[in-house]
Design a protein around this ligand. Structure first.
Ligand code: URA
Length: 198
């Protein structure tokens, strides 16, 4: 195992035994798995979603349900293979009934995402949905650029955490297109912008 694999495995082990998490009891009672992240440990693009849904918590894989299928299609539309990117979430355990993550859940799992970003050091972070947009932009001292996702989706922001250049592009969450079909066109256009960044 090289250093990255080892460092990411350590994150996995720590999350598995994170009994202080507000979602730990719910995970274990339901025999769910934590969803750490999946993909290329040297990826240039990292996607950050919100939290696992039921399919994800049953398999331990991010974006493997309906929203994942949409993400796969969007990647295909720009000629990028899913195995070449890294996909994760801020919150690593499923919130009950897929409700929005609570601030204390984001606080519990955020540091693991921070470490994943540092280890993988992607060129681009594409946030999926408003929670990851808010978290990542605040983390990268871009909170002054924060606005509603309808205003800033598809815009590219430059950040330099720890002296490394990273571009952040906020995107709508793929699941949003299930109930609002016209957002699929918007998301496709924003993926075209994403493609220009690598
Ligand atoms: N929605 C998310 O935000 N993440 C997943 O992994 C699946 C659905």
């Amino acid at each position: 195992m090289d250093n990255r694999d080892e460092a990411l495995k350590k994150i996995k082990d720590e999350v598995i035994s994170l009994s202080t998490s507000p979602l730990f009891a719910y995970r274990t009672e339901n025999k769910y798995l934590p969803v750490i992240g999946e993909g290329n440990h040297f990826a240039e693009i990292m996607f950050v979603g919100e939290a696992p849904g039921k399919n994800e918590a049953l398999t331990g894989k991010p974006f493997c349900g309906r929203a994942g299928k949409i993400l796969d299609e969007l990647l295909i539309s720009i000629g990028i293979d899913r195995k070449d990117v890294y996909v994760t979430n801020i919150v690593k355990d499923r919130p009950p009934e897929n409700r929005d993550p609570l601030p204390e859940e984001i606080e519990a799992y955020g540091p693991f995402l921070d470490r994943q970003i540092e280890i993988i050091a992607p060129k681009v972070i594409a946030t999926l949905g408003r929670f990851s947009m808010q978290y990542v932009m605040s983390r990268f001292a871009l909170e002054w650029e924060l606005s509603s996702i309808s205003d800033i989706h598809g815009k590219v922001f430059d950040a330099e955490p720890n002296g490394t250049k990273i571009k952040v592009i906020p995107l709508y969450h793929p699941a949003a297109t299930i109930y609002n079909q016209h957002l699929l066109g918007t998301l496709k256009e924003d993926f075209q912008v994403l493609k220009t960044l690598i």
